[in-house]
Write a protein that binds this ligand. Structure first.
Ligand code: GDP
Length: 455
C-alpha cells in the first residue's frame, strides 16, 4: 500500500503561521537527502543535529539553522525525512519552502505526513487521530487522554479484544468442522463464558471511550435570564480563576454570543441568549429562529433569576418571555441567584422546576451547580482511564457490541455455531476499523484531510 504513496516527496511548514523564534520545515520522501545536499552544500550525518547555513539555488545564504536527516524507516513517516529548523518568520520560511518545492518536491496535503506514517505502519489510525486531538485539545484532561491514545493504550485494548474474538471464533469454527461434536462443544460452557467476558470488556471500553468523548466534545449550555440577573457573574463563578472565558469574535454570528469555559476539565460551550429579543427585522428573525434550534438541541438550559426580585421560580413568572422554555422542562435548570441578598436558600425553594439557589457573588451553591452539570452528561472527574474517543470510535464499539449480543442469542437460543462465528467475525471487523486495519479508503481520506498542513 505504501509504495503508491512514497513516490512523491512532500514538504510543508510544520510550525504555525506567524512569527516565532524557530520555524520548521519538514520534507519527507525519496528526495529528502538530495534536497539536504543541495540546500546545505554538505552531507548530513543521519539523526544528528547540525547547525549550518541554508543556501538558495544561486548560492546565496537564505537563512541559517539546524538541519536533521532521518533515514527510512527510522523517521516519523517511515520515509527519509529532512527537518530544517530556521528562523520563524513567514517570509523566510516561504522562501525556503519555495526553494525546496523547485527541486521536484510538492506541497504536502493536510495530514499527509501522518497519513504516510499510518501507511508505513509507524502509527495506527487511532494513534494518528490522537495526534490531531492532542494538538487541538482545549484542556489538560483532554491533552492527557490524547497522549494516552497516542502511546497506544487505546489501540492495545482494541487489539486485545480483537485477539479474544479471533480466538473464540477459531474455537467455534473448529466445533463446526466436527458436526457430531458441535453441540457438545458449544454447550460446554466455555464458549458462553468467553463470550460473556468479551462483552464485559467491550462494555468497559465503551464507558471509557464515552468519558473521553465527553472530554473531547464537552456539553452545550444555554444561559438565559433578564438583564442584571447575574448571567455574566455566574459564568465567571463557573469558570473559576483557572479557566479563561473565551468569547467567539462577534460578527460571525449575529444571533447569539458563544463562550467556552471548563468546569473541572469538562469543556462547556455556553450559548448566551442575551440578545435574543423578538425582532421585526427579517434577517434578525432568521438568526433568532436558528438560535432557538440550538437551544432545543443544547444539553442544558440555565435560566438565571434575581431571587431578590422573583418570588416564584417558573419560566413564566421570571419573565413571560421565557414561557418558550417551558416545553424543555427536562433540561431546564432555574438558578435563583443573589441568595446573599434575598434570603432565598435551597431549603426554601419550592418549584415544579429543578431549582438551585446560588450567590454568584459569594460563590454559594456554585459547587452544587457544577456537580449538577457534570452529572447531566455523566462526566466523572477522574478521567484517568478515559480515551479521547471520536464519534466513529463510539459507533464502531457500539456495532461490535451489538454483533456480540446477537451472537450470544444465536448461541443461547439456537446453539447455532455458524451464525455465532459470523457475528464474531463482524464484531472483530467493527473493532478493527478503529485502528484502521479494516477501513475503507474514503474513511482514511476523510480523517486525514481534516488535519492541518504539516502534520
Ligand atoms: P447579567 O446582566 O445577567 O450578565 O448580570 P451581571 O452578572 O452583570 O450582574 C448584574 C449585577 O448584579 C452586578 O452589579 C453584579 O455585581 C450583581 N450580582 C450578580 N450576582 C450577584 C449575587 O450573587 N449577589 C449580589 N448581591 N449581587 C450580584
Amino acid at each position: 500500500m505504501s509504495a503508491i504513496h512514497s513516490q512523491d516527496t512532500i514538504a510543508a511548514i510544520a510550525t504555525p503561521p506567524g512569527r516565532g523564534g524557530v520555524g520548521i520545515i519538514r520534507v519527507s520522501g525519496k528526495l529528502a537527502q538530495t534536497i539536504a545536499d543541495q540546500l546545505l552544500h554538505r552531507s548530513l550525518k543521519v539523526r544528528e543535529a547540525t547547525y549550518l547555513p541554508f543556501f538558495d539555488s544561486k548560492n546565496n545564504v537564505l537563512d541559517e539553522g539546524i538541519a536533521i536527516l532521518f533515514k527510512a524507516p527510522n523517521s516519523f513517516t517511515g520515509e527519509d525525512v529532512l527537518e530544517l529548523q530556521g528562523h520563524g518568520g513567514p517570509i523566510i520560511l516561504d522562501l525556503l519552502l519555495k526553494e525546496i518545492l523547485e527541486k521536484g518536491v510538492r506541497l504536502a496535503r493536510p495530514g499527509e505526513f501522518s497519513e504516510r506514517a499510518f501507511l508505513n505502519d509507524k502509527l495506527d489510525l487511532a494513534q494518528a487521530e490522537a495526534i490531531a486531538d492532542l494538538i487541538e485539545s482545549t484542556s489538560e484532561h483532554a491533552a492527557r487522554s490524547a497522549v494516552r491514545s497516542l502511546q497506544g493504550e487505546f489501540s492495545n485494548k482494541i487489539h486485545e479484544l480483537v485477539e479474544a474474538l479471533i480466538h473464540l471464533r477459531i474455537y467455534v469454527e473448529a466445533a463446526i468442522d466436527f458436526p457430531e461434536e458441535e453441540i457438545d462443544f458449544l454447550s460446554d460452557g466455555k464458549v458462553l463464558g468467553d463470550l460473556d467476558s468479551i462483552i464485559d470488556n467491550i462494555e468497559a471500553l465503551q464507558s471509557q471511550a464515552q468519558q473521553g468523548s465527553i472530554l473531547r466534545e464537552g456539553m452545550t449550555v444555554v444561559i438565559a435570564g433578564k438583564p442584571n440577573a447575574g448571567k455574566s457573574s455566574l459564568l465567571n463563578a463557573l469558570a473559576g480563576k483557572d479557566s479563561a472565558i473565551v468569547t467567539d469574535i462577534p460578527g460571525t454570528t449575529r444571533d447569539v454570543l458563544r463562550e467556552h469555559i471548563h468546569i473541572d476539565g469538562l469543556p462547556v460551550h455556553i450559548i448566551d441568549t442575551a440578545g435574543l429579543r423578538e425582532s421585526e427585522d427579517q434577517v434578525e428573525q432568521i438568526g433568532i429562529e436558528r438560535a432557538w434550534k440550538e437551544i432545543e438541541q443544547a444539553d442544558q438550559i440555565i435560566l438565571v433569576a434575581d431571587s431578590s426580585e422573583v418570588t416564584e421560580f417558573t419560566p413564566h413568572s421570571i419573565d413571560p418571555a421565557f414561557e418558550r422554555f417551558e416545553p424543555f422542562k427536562d433540561k431546564l435548570l432555574i438558578v435563583a441567584n443573589k441568595s446573599d441578598i434575598s434570603h432565598v436558600d435551597q431549603a426554601s425553594l419550592n418549584s415544579d422546576y429543578k431549582t438551585i439557589a446560588i450567590s454568584a457573588k459569594k460563590g454559594t451553591g456554585i459547587d452544587e451547580l457544577k456537580s449538577e452539570l457534570k452529572r447531566i452528561v455523566g462526566y466523572q472527574q477522574n478521567t484517568e482511564g478515559a480515551f479521547l474517543a471520536r464519534r466513529r470510535h463510539l459507533d464502531a464499539i457500539e456495532r461490535a457490541l451489538s454483533f456480540c449480543y446477537l451472537g450470544k442469542e444465536q448461541l443461547v437460543d439456537f446453539n447455532a455455531g455458524e451464525l455465532l462465528a459470523d457475528e464474531l467475525r463482524q464484531a472483530q471487523n467493527a473493532l478493527s476499523e478503529i485502528t484502521g486495519e479494516f477501513s475503507a479508503d474514503d474513511l482514511l481520506g476523510r480523517i486525514f484531510s481534516s488535519f492541518c498542513i504539516g502534520k
